[in-house]
Structure formats: structure tokens, C-alpha cells
Design a protein around this ligand. Structure first.
Ligand code: PLP
Length: 341
């Protein structure tokens, strides 16, 4: 099987597993797991921030980040296709009691000018208090679109002028940074908190981190405990993340090349209407209708290639470290073989 449904499907390599098996562990709720501590310190230092906390999932690190910044009755501004709004089970309302102002923007990204209009006035009691802006880089629903650093800096400036915190859902941040070559620390300066995933393109089996200042991460430890995310000998899985951060970032460029290759194959096929221009490891193909989409997905499955429906008329293909250059020939032949109607 060539599994292109998501970059979450990667399996740990032998080297990663060996590293995990030899990890020193302790009780992390007591702060005594040396490998978790190392991962947290390493990640914080990488981004030039004071602290980081290891979380069970990207959903958890986002939800903790949001819970840190907002109070019940407050409001979070985000894109209407953002993961925190669309794919976290209503967690903002449920965990934090906050309302959500969703905005539109090109390929899952927001602009400061759009956000500004929706920051509620402080002196009018009708409005919920705007308490957080959250953006996603790369933007999943935008087909792995990357923010321009200037746009992020403008959003930061806007947040500063309204004393608002800015959170990053950076589930695929490394996919963005290997392309833009923006320096990690100067990127992270723009955010109060950043969530990054180890279990997407980086290829670790489990885990995410929330990164921020000491005070935020201290509070985050309490929130993580309440959310049921206090783990014990978590060094076993943290080691997979540490290995991924040290070995698997630069190779994301290969995934991006493979995604561009899939894009160019798709563009030659009669049953493909269009492809969202590939920027990172996500390829979104647009077809005529849902029947074409479903046919293509099931025919590809018969040829041992998995991909996903991605909304009306859309199919998503995601490249990752278990898709190698040799698989591309097979993918090309198979895509040409099916003449989806
Ligand atoms: C995958 C993902 C997350 C986190 O998902 P988990 O499955 O909870 O780890 C968050 N944001 C985006 C954009 C994602 O793609």
C-alpha cells in the first residue's frame, strides 16, 4: 500500500525505534523524565523561547494554548477552515467556553486587514471580548499553503496594538520553514504560543509540543493535567520526537518535491479539473463532481494507493517519509491507468 491519505500514517524507522528503546525515562508528572525534559528544552531553544511542554496530540497542544489565553465568554479569531475550529470537536467552546469569530482568507490564511475589522470594541458591552488570534501555518485546508512572513508580522503588529495574544497552529510548521528559510527564532518571535506536531511529516509516532514563555508553560502544565495529558514514563515516545527533530526536518524537502511531481502528473490527466498549486507536502486535486472523486479514490484503492476525499469535488494526496522516489513511478502509472468518470 502507498498511503497518501495523510502524513500522520508514517511508521517509525528502525533507527527511531532503537533510539526510543534506549531512552532514559522517569515520572514526567514529577518532572523526572530526562528524555521529556530534553525534548522540551531542545524545542524551546530551537525557537528561542523560554519553555515548552510535551503534549499527547496537536489537538491537545492547541486546546491548551487556547485555554491559556481566553476566559469563558471571550472570543477567538481564526480562519473558518482552521483545524482549531473545524477539526477539534468544538473544543474551544467545550474546553474554554469561548466563542469563535471565523474569517475567510486566501487558502486558509488570514490577513491583518481582515482581522482588524473583527476585533470587538472594549467599551461596548454587547460584544464578547476578543481575546486571541490564532493562525495555521502551513494551512491544511489551503492545501499546505505557507504564510508570507510579512503577513505574519503585520498580524503580530495588529495584535500588539490591541494587546492580543497570537497563537500558532504549527502542526506543519517545519514544512513551511524548510521552504521559506525564515529563521526559527525570528519566526517564533511573532507568537505568544506555538503548537508543533511531531507525528505529522516529522514521522514520530506520537506527540506535539506547546512552546511559549515560562509563565505560560507553567500554566500549561496545570491545564494539561486537567485535560488528562499528564503522562508518566513518556520519555519512550518523547525520544521518537527528539529523533525526528534532529533527523527529519531537512528531508521534508523530498516530500515537497514528490508532492510537486504528483501535481504535475495530475495536471496531465483528463479527469482532473485543476490542482491547488502545491507549496509543501499536500496536493489537492479538483475533479468534476463527487462521483468522479469517489470513483477515483476507490479505483486507486484497488491499485493499492490510498488517498482521501477532501470536501466537495476534492481529493487530497499527502506525501511523507514512507513515500519514496521509487513509489512515484507506480503512482504515475496508476493515476494514468484510471480514467475516472
Ligand atoms: C493534524 C493537525 C493538528 C493536530 O492534530 P492531532 O491529530 O490532534 O495531532 C492540528 N492542526 C493541524 C493544521 C493539523 O493538520
Amino acid at each position: 500500500m502507498i498511503d497518501l491519505r495523510s502524513d500522520t500514517v508514517t511508521k517509525p524507522t528502525k533507527e527511531m525505534l532503537d533510539f526510543m528503546m534506549s531512552a532514559a525515562v522517569g515520572d514526567d508528572v514529577f518532572g523526572e523524565d530526562p528524555t521529556v525534559n530534553e525534548l522540551e528544552n531542545y524545542t524551546a531553544a530551537l525557537f528561542g523561547k523560554e519553555a515548552a511542554i510535551f503534549c499527547t496530540s496537536g489537538t491537545q497542544s492547541n486546546q491548551i494554548g487556547i485555554n491559556l489565553h481566553v476566559k469563558p465568554g471571550g472570543e477567538v479569531i481564526c480562519h473558518y477552515e482552521s483545524h482549531i475550529f473545524k477539526y477539534e470537536g468544538g473544543g474551544i467552546a467545550r474546553n474554554s467556553g469561548a466563542s469563535i469569530r471565523t474569517l475567510d482568507g486566501d487558502r486558509g490564511r488570514l490577513k491583518a486587514s481582515a482581522i482588524e475589522k473583527w476585533i470587538n470594541p472594549l467599551n461596548d458591552v454587547h460584544y464578547p471580548l476578543t481575546q486571541l488570534v490564532s493562525i495555521e501555518d502551513t494551512a491544511n485546508r489551503g492545501g499546505g499553503a505557507i504564510y508570507k512572513i510579512q503577513d505574519i508580522e503585520e498580524i503580530r503588529g495588529l495584535c500588539d496594538s490591541h494587546h492580543l495574544p497570537l497563537h500558532l497552529d504549527g502542526a506543519r510548521l517545519f514544512n513551511a520553514l524548510v521552504e521559506t528559510n525564515v529563521e526559527y527564532k525570528s519566526y517564533a518571535e511573532n507568537f505568544d504560543t506555538l503548537s508543533i506536531c511531531l507525528s505529522k511529516g516529522l514521522g514520530a509516532p506520537v506527540g506535539s509540543l506547546l512552546i511559549g514563555n515560562k509563565n505560560h508553560i507553567l500554566q500549561a502544565r496545570r491545564i494539561r493535567k486537567v485535560f488528562g495529558g499528564g503522562m508518566r514514563q513518556a520519555g519512550i515516545i518523547a525520544a521518537g520526537g527528539l529523533f525526528a527533530l534532529k533527523n527529519n526536518i531537512n528531508r521534508l524537502r523530498n516530500d515537497h518535491e514528490h508532492a510537486k511531481e504528483i501535481e504535475s502528473i495530475l495536471l496531465t490527466l483528463p479527469w482532473i479539473v485543476d490542482v491547488v498549486p502545491v507549496e509543501t507536502n499536500i496536493v489537492v486535486a479538483i475533479v468534476k463532481d463527487d462521483q468522479t472523486r469517489n470513483n477515483a479514490i476507490s479505483k486507486l484503492k484497488d491499485l493499492n494507493i490510498l488517498c482521501m476525499p477532501f470536501g466537495p469535488h476534492m481529493i487530497r494526496f499527502v506525501t511523507h517519509l514512507n513515500v519514496c522516489a521509487n513509489d512515484l513511478n507506480y503512482i504515475r502509472e496508476s493515476l494514468r491507468k484510471i480514467n475516472s468518470k
